[in-house]
Design a protein around this ligand. Structure first.
Ligand code: SF4
Length: 361
């Protein structure tokens, strides 16, 4: 396992500067003046990504889980309500001018809709040229051209087919790969990919995921992969954080979490994946639709209104993080006999390398 480290198994990497760190981050949106309509999109979330030997980390959950809000805060497009987002130890909300410019180059994004990213009046050449000039990436025009062609080739696009064309003349898959190539051109140190394959058909999905995978394996670029789709998360990532209504429900290495989910919410999500396994009964768990439409209850576990295992204490107390296996935690009272990780230490949750997993765990 690489990059995102997990669990309190002992050896903290004290005093380490993370590539990215979320420190007790909350984001609250409020609307209205007299009657405030308040939505807690992200609720006291902490995790970190290391610069060394980075992996692919999925932030997964249903819509409304807070995953996209988290991604926007990583990119500095949204400010936190509480807590800090740190990039290389610096708060992204208060970066000095030069650091901000570096941050804009080093942290790149791939969004869901590749068409919305481009100005339709500019040809692909211009779209690739703009960041090249803005960040002085090449010493000459020839070098610039070489870098552009190299980036296109890396994501499986043929420069002679792409350059000189307008975005609307490209297929959805070509456009999305072009976004990845443009990000690669800037030699990012972190890539935030928010539902990058949800608008392309199945045949292109594999190609784009392969491109992202290669950015991580071949170029060592850590990727924060934001998705509602556990299948792609399982295939592409090393680690996963399962979010529900802005809170972390379960987190750890992706193999353990998906193959043997421990949190009832993760179990429900995994149970709804149509795996090609004839022995497996699909959708065995009953999907409970809460009366309040799925909003967080006033007290206790946020998942209680939907949980098939709900107990009386679930409605009164917010569950802590329990170490349900060597490399992950679940926020659930069902595991109250396991070792607990205090919430204040959540920032250290991902600061140790997980030990190797016993098979089937
Ligand atoms: Fe279900 Fe209780 Fe666990 Fe919440 S704490 S997931 S309600 S068992």
């Amino acid at each position: 396992m690489r990059g995102l480290s997990s669990m309190s198994t002992g050896e903290w990497k004290a005093n380490m500067t993370h590539l990215l760190e979320f420190r007790n981050v909350s984001k609250i949106f409020s609307r209205g003046i007299v009657h405030k309509d308040v939505t807690v999109a992200v609720d006291d979330v902490s995790f970190s990504i290391e610069a060394e030997d980075p992996g692919i980390i999925s932030l997964a959950g249903e819509s409304g889980s807070g995953k996209t809000t988290l991604g926007l805060m990583v990119l500095g497009f949204l400010k936190t309500t509480e807590g800090d987002v740190l990039y290389k130890g610096n708060n992204v909300a208060h970066l000095p001018k030069q650091e901000k410019k570096n941050f804009r180059r080093e942290v790149q994004a791939v969004f869901q809709d590749p068409f919305a990213v481009y100005n339709p009046f500019y040809r692909v050449d211009h779209l690739m040229d703009v960041p090249m000039k803005k960040f002085n990436l090449a010493a000459s025009k020839t070098e610039g051209q070489e870098l552009i062609e190299k980036a296109l080739n890396t994501v499986g696009l043929r420069p002679q087919e792409i350059l000189g064309r307008f975005p609307h003349q490209l297929s959805g898959g070509q456009r999305q790969r072009l976004v990845v190539a443009r990000a690669l051109l800037l030699q990012p140190q972190l890539l935030v990919a928010d539902e990058p394959v949800s608008m392309v058909d199945a045949s292109l999905r594999a190609t784009i995921l392969k491109s992202l995978n290669s950015l991580n394996r071949d170029f060592g670029i850590p990727i924060l992969y934001i998705t509602h789709d556990l299948t792609t998360a399982y295939h592409i990532s090393d680690y996963i954080i399962i979010l529900y209504l802005g809170s972390v429900m379960e987190a750890g290495d992706v193999d353990s979490v998906i193959k043997n989910p421990q949190h009832p919410y993760t179990q429900l999500l995994v149970d709804s994946i149509p795996w090609p396994d004839l022995q497996r009964k699909w959708g065995e768990q009953e999907l409970i639709v809460p009366e309040n439409g799925g909003g967080a209850p006033k007290a206790g576990c946020k998942f209680a209104p939907r949980c098939p295992h709900v107990m009386s204490e679930c409605r009164q107390h917010i569950p802590s993080f329990y170490q349900v296996s060597a490399s992950r935690v679940a926020a659930c009272h069902l595991y109250k006999d396991a070792a607990m990780m205090p919430k204040k230490d959540l920032g250290t949750l991902f600061t140790t390398k997980p030990p190797s997993q016993p098979s089937g765990n």
